[in-house]
Write a protein that binds this ligand. Structure first.
Ligand code: NDP
Length: 274
């Protein structure tokens, strides 16, 4: 079975560099998709309260019989639940739906700057962390400016920032900021929801390696140090997306892929999404 390398987060917790995302998967289909992923060898699952499928994830985890300490479960706090008391209750509800006594990573889903609650929300995440009900905390969709404010105000550096990142939106400056501060970069929509898979540069590299375009894109993420969480409900693709450890992209290929950056967003802009 494929062995996925771990990334060591800034609080020494280790996290698989490749996991499985379940955004837009209906709860009733989630159990089967996660079961297929676990069977293929994935051990890290990325969900969120707003996806409405934490129960489906929890069912698959419980049915798998895989020891809890071998699993890495991430969920996220939705925007309406920001603020100290709401965040505490939302975390309890997520754990309950997942059927777990702790998660491995809990993230603030969006900064929602107009609400101006992310700093007090983060302090509640720190309390949850101190209580041992999550092993690490972090954020999602934070820009460098949001991160700077958070660090200045709380003195705590998030373990992870999960952001939209793929060959069409490479986030070079944000990745450099993360590297400077010891924040792990986690890429959401790592395949740009399929939008980059028809690219000719990617197709040529895929052909050279006898790989698929999706495998080339995932390999690129891994080689530049990102954590990735591709989503699929298609069993062959679920397995294919994990089978990315048998080849290496050359420096020339990495340079060609770096040239595909073009400010292509599949999701909202974190500065204006509230
Ligand atoms: P992805 O970039 O992972 O792309 C998923 C799409 O690509 C699906 O349509 C899937 O089709 C298709 N696909 C998957 N594998 C292949 C393959 N090998 N070949 C061809 N097509 C393929 O998009 P997501 O937006 O789902 O992002 C991944 C995860 O990131 C999410 O599931 C979620 O966990 C997280 N996320 C987090 C966000 C945040 O705000 N923090 C926002 C968005 C996502 P099919 O399923 O039909 O096989």
């Amino acid at each position: 079975m494929t062995s996925v390398p771990n990334v060591t987060l800034n609080n020494d917790v280790t996290m698989p560099q490749l996991g499985f995302g379940v955004f837009q998967v209906p709860d009733e289909e989630t159990t089967a998709a996660v079961a297929t992923a676990l069977d293929a060898g994935y051990r890290s699952i990325d969900t969120a309260a707003v996806y409405g499928n934490e129960r489906g994830v929890g069912k698959a985890l419980a049915a798998s019989g895989i020891p809890r300490e071998e699993l890495f479960v991430t969920t996220k706090l939705w925007n309406d639940d920001q603020g100290r008391d709401k965040a505490a209750a939302a975390f309890d509800a997520s754990l309950d739906r997942l059927g777990l006594d702790h998660v491995d990573l809990y993230l603030i889903h969006w900064p929602t700057p107009a609400r101006d609650l992310y700093r007090q929300t983060y302090r509640e995440l720190e309390r949850i962390l101190a209580g041992g009900r999550t092993r690490a905390i972090g954020v999602s969709n934070f820009t460098a400016a949001h991160l700077e404010q958070l660090i200045a105000d709380t003195g705590v550096v998030p373990a992870v920032n999960q952001v939209e990142l793929h060959p069409g939106l490479q986030q070079k400056e944000l990745r450099a900021f993360h590297a400077e501060h010891g924040i792990a970069t986690e890429a959401w929509s790592p395949l740009a929801q399929g939008a980059v898979l028809g690219d000719e540069v990617i197709a040529d590299i895929a052909q050279a390696h006898g790989a698929t375009p999706a495998q080339v894109v995932l390999r690129w993420h891994l080689q530049i140090g990102n954590i990735v969480i591709p989503k699929s409900v298609t069993p062959d693709r679920i397995r294919q997306n994990l089978d990315v450890f048998g080849f290496d992209l050359t420096d020339t290929e990495l340079t060609a892929l770096a040239g595909l950056d073009r400010d292509l967003r599949t999701g909202p802009d974190p500065d204006t999404f509230n």
